[in-house]
Design a protein around this ligand. Structure first.
Ligand SMILES: [Zn+2]
Length: 387
């Protein structure tokens, strides 16, 4: 109830004239107008009425419009969130090359590097000290001749991912190690599986191969395998191989369930060297408008044994994150804030559109609001300082 309505209501009581105020407006009937005009003279009486008999004042209806008091204080504003961003929610992507001593800045991905396995420990030490809980490993084969049609290098025991898993398990026993599982970094054609002669994916061969790669990462000690290839049925195949191997109970299976094709992956492809040599990935990654298709993929992957569902990219797909939380209400939902989103935030901040830190928080909080509780983010090192 607005103050003017309250005054009017009180003046009605005093004069005994029944109120015929129209709901939701300040309009009054002609017979009421006199008491409205005398509003000012009633002010002091109203104050005293309010102070002595406030509990008898009718506050039904419009009181629900008074919201400001609930978030005036900064702490009260934080309490409005269903969940707050914490360090535990963050997974930091790492690009590990097969040149052990490399440390190469990725020009399109501000502040991010390709690093050889010998560079990991000194880089991660201060981050772990600041509270880094989890990383996601991407292998980047750089040596000439390391790529072939089958992506043989993906599970090379001397390759960058398996070597990194072993090193990190030894040096940082508390660090949770996720491994991206795909073939595109390792195939000569740059696609996420094994191809038929016509250039389309052979789903069965691809699933066989990708589940073998996932198994070798899990055997090497990865806590989590995260297939990003989008072949049909790979979650089930990986789960069955983990069961057969007797390590399903200690290996988390995170599915990139709703991975959309689009133009936000450019910097990542520079970083991972995974651009397709022909065509694109539109026939296996989801079309940006395919919300129903994403829901089907999420439902399928839950049924096939995924422990966590991921949506990628994040910011443009908040509705899909919300769907994932809805369909998988008993599973954690992860969102990958991809390279293009990260680069855009940096570019916007650089050109003065907004403050970098403020936008990094706003973007992350939106992802959490939509329903995710895990964010794969290139901002992780900054958040370890900011949080
Ligand atoms: Zn791929």
């Amino acid at each position: 109830m607005s103050f003017s309505s309250l005054m009017q209501d009180l003046s009605m009581r005093d004069t005994g004239v029944p109120s015929s105020r129209h709901p939701g407006s300040d309009m009054t009937s002609a017979s009421d107008r006199g008491s409205v005009i005398s509003r000012q003279s009633n002010a002091s009486r109203a104050m005293s009425y309010a102070s002595t008999a406030a509990t008898t004042v009718s506050i039904s209806g419009e009181i629900s419009s008074l919201l400001h008091g609930g978030y005036h204080h900064p702490l009260a504003r934080q309490w409005q969130a269903e969940r707050q961003l914490t360090k535990d929610m963050l997974i930091y992507p790492l690009f590990v090359t097969d040149n052990d001593d490399d440390e190469i800045l990725i020009p399109s991905l501000p502040g991010q590097y390709q690093r050889g396995v010998n560079r990991l420990e000194s880089f991660l030490e201060p981050l772990v000290h600041k509270g880094l809980k989890s990383v996601m490993l991407f292998g980047v084969p750089m040596k000439p001749g390391s790529k072939d049609a089958l992506g043989t290098a993906a599970d090379d025991p001397e390759g960058p991912v398996i070597k990194s898993i072993r090193l990190l398990r030894r040096r940082f026993p508390q660090l949770f190690i996720c491994t991206d599982v795909c073939l595109c970094e390792y195939t000569s054609h740059g696609h996420c599986g094994i191809l038929r002669e016509d250039g389309t994916l052979n789903n069965q061969l691809s699933v066989d191969r990708i589940s073998d790669v996932a198994l070798s990462y899990a055997r090497a000690g990865a806590h989590c395998v995260a297939p990003s290839d989008m072949n049909d049925g790979r979650i089930r195949a990986i789960k069955l191989k983990l069961v057969e191997e007797g390590i399903a109970h200690k290996t988390l299976l995170m599915s990139y369930s709703a991975k959309f094709s689009g133009c936000l992956y450019g910097p990542f492809r520079d970083a991972a060297g995974s651009a397709p040599s022909f065509g694109d990935r539109k026939c296996y990654q989801l079309p940006p408008s395919g919300r129903g298709l994403a829901r089907r993929a999420i439902t399928r992957d839950i049924a096939e044994g995924a422990d966590i569902i991921m949506v990628k990219p994040a910011g443009q797909y908040l509705d899909v994150i919300s769907d994932a939380k809805d369909l998988g209400r008993d599973l954690p939902v992860a969102a990958y804030q991809v390279s293009g989103e990260f680069a855009m935030i940096h570019a916007g901040a650089k050109s003065g559109v907004f403050d970098l830190k403020a936008m990094a928080f706003e973007a992350s909080e939106s992802i959490l609001r939509a329903g995710a509780t895990i964010i794969v983010s290139y901002f992780t090192p900054e958040f370890l300082d900011w949080l």
